[in-house]
Design a binder for this molecule. Sequence first.
Ligand code: XAN
Ligand code: ZN
Length: 478
Amino acid sequence: MTQPFLPQIASPALQSLRFTVYYGTIAHTPELGRLEVLYNTAVGVDKAGQIAFIQPETVDPVQAATSYDSSLSAENIDVVDISGSENQFFFPGFIDTHIHAPQFPNCGIFGNATLLDWLETYTFPLESSFKDLDIAADIYAKVVERTLANGTTAASYYATIHPLATNLLADMAMMKGQRALIGKCCMNQNSPQHYIETLEECQKSTNQVLEHIHRRDAKGLLIKPIITPRFAGSCTEDLLRWLGDLRSKNDYHCQTHLSENKAEIEWTMKLFPDFKNYTDIYEKTNLLGHKTILAHCVHLTDEERDVIASHGSGISHCPTSNSSITSGEARIRWLLESGVNVSLGTDCSGGFTPSILSVARQAHLVSRHLVMKTEVEAEKLSSNDVLYLATMGGAKALDMADSLGSFAVGKKWECQMIDLACEGSPVDTFKYQEPRWESSERAEAEHRFQDLIDKWLFNGDDRNVRRVYVNGRCVVKK
Ligand SMILES: O=c1[nH]c(=O)c2nc[nH]c2[nH]1
Ligand SMILES: [Zn+2]
């Protein structure tokens, strides 16, 4: 069958690039709980958007570039210099591993609902309107713009059941320069009559979306498909098996919801009585792999956690959603300690905010609520823990830890330039708020910076995100 003509999209994240040196403070959380800050650092970024060198404590960024490669000179490189400001720094882009793009208009609208009635009352009516491509184009443009403006350089999106609207979401991410996994939502049972597919329709539309994304970005430079059964309750066993086999044959990413709410678990086990537990449904239908992202996981048993760990699947922790629709508190330390990788998801619109910074803040607070119940102090997550989940944790969940999540030679320059003292900044910084107890200048500087990071986490927002870089290119400039 000949394919219809597909016009090219010029993505700002794939435009040609000169060798660029970024110069100033860089900060990241390369390991759980550890903040590393490098001052007066020159980071060389090559034409492919990859980090070529990182040279801390440098006085001359051009010289750093020419000593890396003698064919470079001041004329053929660009320098972005933020070294003059104590309140500006580069930080890895946020990675949102669970977001429902079509639910964006409902952010903040959830009343007193809990999961199953929330789906019926708020979510399915909105999602079903995406058969209208004008509505889809409008909302998908906004969600990509809004998440990028909040420093989200990569996102794993759920779309709706509609293949054409899902293709539009892929195009929108590409056009605006956001790295994205795009999932056509699959559901063939327990859904409203006007918002459901048969098994055959779902197979056909899933293939239509896979084909579109492969044609749009054959090498997966920016966008990739992700197999997306909504959750067990909305899929028959034969659909789950078909999707599981598709996933494993092609080594595709996969995403779904797991163990979010107690009523949901009870209902799911009634629908699938031959399975041991909720996780077993996904394991037996071949949906668990190292590129599978499981959202929520609030009420897992030890046995389920171990099965997830054995498959290397990642978890998307969605604490704003879990608080809003009263699902519970996921035990993140318990998951991390068993070797399960955890990342963060906004889960718009179960979650009310498109900002991963806000979600990180909520993850920090929810861990304290857990401690108030369990009295196990070790369950508390630190600022550096939650920033790790927002960046490196996300990179691992997307199976992109080799290229995203922190600053290292060979990784992509995919980050945000944060300014805590920009005009209109919600963060107040005080000159006299100096560290009080340090024995060395370096320790003093590190504490001062940790304070700044904490203030950013708790008081910052998108106003502090001044530039966003994806694949080495600036895609947001405010
Ligand atoms: O947070 C959630 N959002 C959803 O859209 C959904 N669908 C099934 N389960 C879900 N959970
Ligand atoms: Zn969700």
